[in-house]
Design a protein around this ligand. Structure first.
Ligand SMILES: [Mn+2]
Length: 411
């Protein structure tokens, strides 16, 4: 067993690794990350995850629900640290897995992967408490500076069941943590507005309502023309920036620095979609709010079918907005151990149709191959999306003493 595998085993049991091993790990991680562009290209199948925030045991639950590394190809959209009790173990495990399986693990930067924010929201104090010095915090922050700012997912399928594209018109499937299908939503025929919002299947736990899937904003499909339906998926922690109108502009940023207080890099990590027109001021004090018009123009211009982002707590684990042109994925169940929310990951399957019709590309990779959009006919559009919704890990898996029983002297 290599040292790296030993470190992975130790971290999986939620035990920190020694300081000199952290230094070595961070050094190796930086050498890997420095080679990555600001926008990493990832090929489907891939499982996209949102905020973790140091909730180590829930990260283990995520791997149980979504599949282990390297069997599952993962893309984490940042905010690994702060708030939870195990930022250190969570981030170091993800980093170990990145170094061990670089092609199966993509990590992009969140607004909490920052010196200033971690000093306030817990990661700095946790490192100090667990190591007695700030060295490990410093090593980790040096890695933060090298994390990519976004990812482009190519090759996602329009159908969820490989090999049976003709029979499968499912656009959205929602599963629970045991893999049971909670709900399934058919793709609407092109040009036909989504008026029925009908569930074709509700195999378990019928709620009897006629709204869309949880988190989908009561819309069961991505009706209408939004961006390029065969386009790629952009993943970023926060959202868009008024200074960035193309994915290529993200590629030009000098990212190897602390997250700035303003500018394109700051916005990508801090912004939020909102029900407004155009741009708005963010109540966070960094980044911007952006409306449906901004997303649709951006997706169209960049041959994108979808933007996946994290950064905002969603009680249902995920939330599609603006005719499914953007989705928020949140992967920290019962956030801060008290919010009562469920979490989700987004699975995109691989296009195996072999026709190339549903091949997902974006401008830099294959716009020249042409004809893809033109050759698209029929109703299918947008990537098929499977959301796996999960709850917090059970208390007895946390290795923490449960709350002391109430004294019984008053009984
Ligand atoms: Mn965030």
């Amino acid at each position: 067993m290599s040292d790296l595998d030993k470190a992975i085993a130790q971290l999986r049991s939620c035990r920190p690794i020694p300081e000199d091993q952290v230094r070595e790990l961070c050094h190796r991680a930086r050498e890997l990350l420095i080679e990555e562009g600001n926008v990493v290209t990832v090929t489907a199948p891939v499982t996209i995850c949102g905020d973790i925030h140091g909730q180590f045991h829930d990260l283990m639950e995520l791997f149980r629900v979504g599949g282990d590394v390297p069997d599952t190809n993962y893309l984490f959209m940042g905010d690994f640290v702060d708030r939870g009790f195990y930022s250190l173990e969570s981030f170091l495990l993800l980093l170990c897995l990145k170094v061990r399986y670089p092609d199966r693990m993509t990590l992009i930067r969140g607004n909490h992967e920052s010196r200033q924010i971690t000093t306030v929201y817990g990661f700095y104090d946790e490192c100090l408490r667990k190591y007695g010095s700030a060295n490990v915090w410093r090593y980790c922050c040096d890695v933060f500076d090298y994390l990519a700012l976004g990812a482009i997912v190519l090759g996602a399928s329009s159908t969820l069941s490989p090999g049976t594209p003709e029979d499968d018109d499912t656009e959205i499937e929602v599963c629970d943590q045991n893999g049971s299908i909670i709900s399934r939503f058919p793709r609407q025929p092109a040009g036909q507005p989504n008026s029925s919002q009908e569930k074709v299947e509700n195999s378990s736990k019928s709620t009897g309502d006629k709204t869309g899937p949880p988190g989908s904003g009561a819309s069961g499909s991505s009706s209408g023309s939004v961006g390029n339906p065969t386009g790629a998926i952009l993943c970023v922690h926060g959202g868009l920036s008024p200074l960035v109108d193309t994915v290529d502009k993200i590629r030009l940023i000098d990212r190897k620095q602390e997250v700035p207080h303003e500018g394109a890099m700051c916005d990508l990590l801090w912004s939020d979609p909102d029900e407004i027109d155009g741009w708005g001021l963010s109540p966070r004090g960094a980044g911007f709010l952006f409306g449906a018009d901004i997303v649709k123009v951006f997706n169209h211009r960049n041959d994108l079918s979808l933007i996946a982002r994290a950064h905002q707590l969603v009680m249902e684990g995920f939330k599609e907005m603006f005719d499914a042109s953007i989705v928020t994925v949140w992967s920290a169940p019962n956030y801060c151990y008290r919010c009562g929310n469920v979490a989700a990951v987004l699975e995109l399957t691989e296009d195996e149709s072999g026709t190339g019709i549903f091949q997902r590309t974006n401008g830099d990779v294959g716009r020249s191959s042409g004809g893809i959009v033109e050759s698209r006919s029929g109703p299918k559009n947008g990537p098929a999306r499977r959301y796996r919704v999960f709850q917090a890990a059970p208390q007895d898996s946390r290795g923490m003493p449960a709350k002391k029983p109430v004294a019984d002297y008053f009984l």
